[in-house]
Design a binder for this molecule. Sequence first.
Ligand code: ADP
Length: 291
Amino acid sequence: MIYVNGLYKGYGKEPVLKNITFHVEKGTIHGLIGRNGSGKTTLIKCLTGIYRPDRGSIQICGGDIYDQPRIKEKVGYVADRNEYFSNYHVDEIIDLYAELYPTFQRDDFNDFNEVMGIDERKFIKQLSKGQKMRLAMILNLSMHPELMILDEPTEGLDVIAKRQVMDFIIKEVEERNMTVLITSHHLNELENFCDSMTMIRDGQIIGGGSIDEMKEAITKLQIVMEKGLPKGFDQWEGILHYSNLGSIYTIVWKGFDEACEKALRAAGASLIEEIPISLEEIFLYENWGNE
Ligand code: ADP
């Protein structure tokens, strides 16, 4: 669905995006994760055909979105700020979407809005930040895009609206095989939502893949070591982090397997238990978050 290959993009001489290559499968939810200033919005603007890449290629829905504007009809885009058309009424914007996008379904908009409760008689400028975001979201969902691109869509949404919006998106993915690319700097928000992700720092990809595989690769353990850890334990292969509270040790281990467990038992571990690890911890201990 999305194929980005060797992409470079800058605003002056210096590139902001450097050699970005990744792909997103149809019908999946892909997270683009990085700190502020890492280049996420620049990448999104290339993917939505707003910017032309300096080098490299982008294929979306089977074509180049910059050169083939008709592809834009298949792509929904919700930006982090929705300050557009502030002097229009909500119902005028709905009519505009219906005119611009042949796939827009007014009935579906009405169903979404039953839940969202946006007053269609209001001016856009009378809506709160969260209401504008909810409106942008359901306008885009009602055009049933093949690909939905969401730039920090949960900013400004309260917990309930966030859940409702996420549920709408998951339903579209399940029922219509919609593909989603979503950016965020909140890892924990994305971890139960995305199938895969790409981590970006300083305009470069520093990691990523399937969330399940990433979680499988790294194990968090709680173990009891009455006599403490053996000397040189931090040099053991795959040890990313450890801490302790008395004789109870918490260890983050990359590539933990039966042989590692055996070695731990031989070193005196009396209880070894695997505990859940979050994406945020993986990000932290893999050193993806550091400069
Ligand atoms: P993110 O979305 O991850 O916060 P951005 O893509 O907005 O990152 O920004 C990446 C870098 O590009 C930052 O250093 C930012 O200052 C710079 N940048 C973004 N937009 C422009 C612009 N229009 N002109 C010049 N520099 C820009």
